[in-house]
Design a protein around this ligand. Structure first.
Ligand code: NAP
Ligand code: G4F
Length: 323
C-alpha cells in the first residue's frame, strides 16, 4: 500500500485529492492546523475521517514536519498548504511569504533530511505569470514569470526552490502550475463561489445585492476534481518535471456572472454593484493556459466543461441554502 502525505488536506484540493488517493488504495496522511472552532479545522474531510491519518501540523513548524515525515516515510508528498487568497495577500504580505515561500522550503528540507527517496509535489500557480502572455495568447511552461501580487511572488520562490532542490540534490521534486480550479468546496470568498452563492441568495429572496470588484479580468476555470487527477500523474512521471494544468478556455468575471444569473432566470445588471474593497492594488488581467505538454505526456483531458462546473456549483447552493 502506497503512503501519501498531504499538507492543506482540509482545503478544496486536499479533500478531493484525498478521496482520489483513497480510491486508488493509498494510505493517506495529512496535517491540519488548530482552529478555535474545532469543527472548522477538518470540515471538508470529516466524512472521510475514519479512513485517514490526520495530525496537527503547520508549514511554519519545521521540527513537527520532520518528525511526521520521519515516522510516516511517505512515498508521495503533496504540498498544497498555502494562504491561497490573492487579494488577502496584499493585506498580509509577510505572513503569505512565510507560509507560501518559506513554508515550501521548510517542507523540502524535511523531505531531504528524512525521506529523500520520496516524491514531492509543489502546488504552483498561474498567478506566477502575472502580466506575461505568450505571443499565441496562452501561458505555458516557457512563459516568463511576472507576478502581480505578494501571493504570486511567494509562489515564484516556492516554484524555483523546488526546481533548485531537484537539480542540486537529485530529488524527485515537481511543480504543477495550476490555473484556477473551482468546485462546490471552493472557499466562498473566491469569485466563482461568491457569485454562485450570492446569486442563489438573491433568487431565494435572502439578499438584494451582490458586491464585487473587477469584473473585466479573464480566468481559465477548471474543476478541482480534474486537477487533482493531474497532480497524481505529474508526481508519478518517471522524470521529475513541471507541467501546466489548464482547460485552455478563458472567460471574464462578467461572462461568468452573466452565465450564473441567467441560469437562475435573473439579470445580473440589476443586482451586482462594485465595491472598491474587492479591487486589488495590482490586477492580473488575463489567464489562458496551454496544457499541451500535460495532455501529450499523460493523455490528460478535463472531464468538466465550464458550464458543467458552474452548473454543479449552482445545484449545490440551490440545495444547501434553505429559506
Ligand atoms: P485552500 O482551499 O485555501 O486550502 C489551503 C489549505 O492550506 C487549507 O486547508 C489551510 O488550512 C492550509 N494551510 C494554510 N496555511 C497553512 C500552514 N501554515 N500550515 C499548514 N496548512 C496551512 O486552497 P486550494 O484551492 O485547495 O489550493 C491548494 C493549493 O494549490 C494552494 O497552495 C494554492 O495556493 C494552490 N493553487 C490553487 C489554485 C486554485 O485555483 N484553487 C490554483 C493554483 C494553485 P486552514 O483551513 O487552517 O487555513
Ligand atoms: O477567485 P479569485 O479570488 O481568484 P484568483 O485571484 O485568480 O486566485 C485563484 O487562482 C490562482 C490561480 O491563478 C490561485 F493560485 C489562487 O490560490 C486562487 O485560487 O479572483 C478571480 C478574479 C480576479 O481577477 C478578481 O479581481 O475575480 C476578480 N474578482 C472580482 N470581484 C473578485 C471579486 N475576486 C474575489 N475573490 N472577490 C470578488 O468580490
Amino acid at each position: 500500500m502506497k503512503k501519501a502525505f498531504i499538507t492543506g488536506i482540509n482545503g478544496q484540493d486536499g479533500s478531493y485529492l484525498t478521496e482520489y488517493l483513497l480510491k486508488l488504495g493509498y494510505e493517506v496522511h495529512g496535517i491540519i492546523r488548530r482552529n478555535s472552532v474545532p469543527e472548522h479545522q477538518q470540515s471538508r474531510i470529516d466524512f472521510l475521517r475514519k479512513d485517514l491519518h490526520v495530525s496537527y501540523g503547520d508549514l511554519l513548524d519545521v521540527s513537527g514536519l520532520e518528525r511526521l515525515l520521519k515516522n510516516i516515510q511517505p512515498d508521495e508528498i503533496y504540498n498544497l498548504a498555502a494562504q491561497s487568497h490573492v487579494r488577502i495577500s496584499f493585506d498580509v504580505p509577510q505572513f503569505t511569504a512565510q507560509v507560501n515561500a518559506l513554508g515550501a522550503l521548510n517542507l523540502l528540507e524535511a523531505f531531504r533530511n528524512t525521506c529523500p527517496d520520496s516524491k514531492y509535489y509543489q502546488a504552483s500557480s498561474s498567478e506566477m505569470f502575472g502580466t506575461s502572455i505568450g505571443e499565441n495568447g496562452y501561458q505555458s511552461e516557457t512563459t516568463p514569470l511576472n507576478p502581480t501580487s505578494p501571493y504570486g511572488c511567494a509562489k515564484v520562490f516556492a516554484f524555483n526552490i523546488t526546481r533548485n532542490y531537484r537539480k542540486s540534490y537529485k530529488l524527485h521534486a515537481v511543480n504543477g502550475i495550476l490555473f484556477n480550479h473551482e468546485s462546490p468546496r471552493r472557499g466562498s470568498n473566491f469569485v466563482t463561489n461568491k457569485v454562485v452563492k450570492g446569486a442563489v441568495m438573491i433568487k431565494k429572496g435572502l439578499a438584494t445585492k451582490l458586491e464585487l470588484g473587477n469584473m473585466d479580468s479573464y480566468r481559465d476555470w477548471g474543476h478541482s476534481k480534474d486537477y487533482v487527477r493531474a497532480m497524481h500523474m505529474i508526481i508519478n512521471h518517471n522524470i521529475p518535471d513541471d507541467f501546466v494544468v489548464a482547460t485552455g478556455q478563458t472567460h471574464s468575471v462578467r461572462e461568468m456572472t452573466d452565465y450564473v444569473f441567467s441560469k437562475l432566470g435573473l439579470d445580473y445588471k440589476k443586482f451586482v454593484i462594485q465595491n472598491p474593497i474587492f479591487l486589488r492594488p495590482e490586477e492580473l488581467p488575463y489567464l489562458r493556459g496551454d496544457s499541451s505538454k500535460l495532455r501529450k505526456t499523460f493523455d490528460w483531458t478535463p472531464e468538466y466543461t465550464f458550464n458543467a462546473l458552474m452548473d454543479e456549483m449552482i445545484d449545490f447552493w440551490m440545495e444547501n441554502i434553505k429559506i
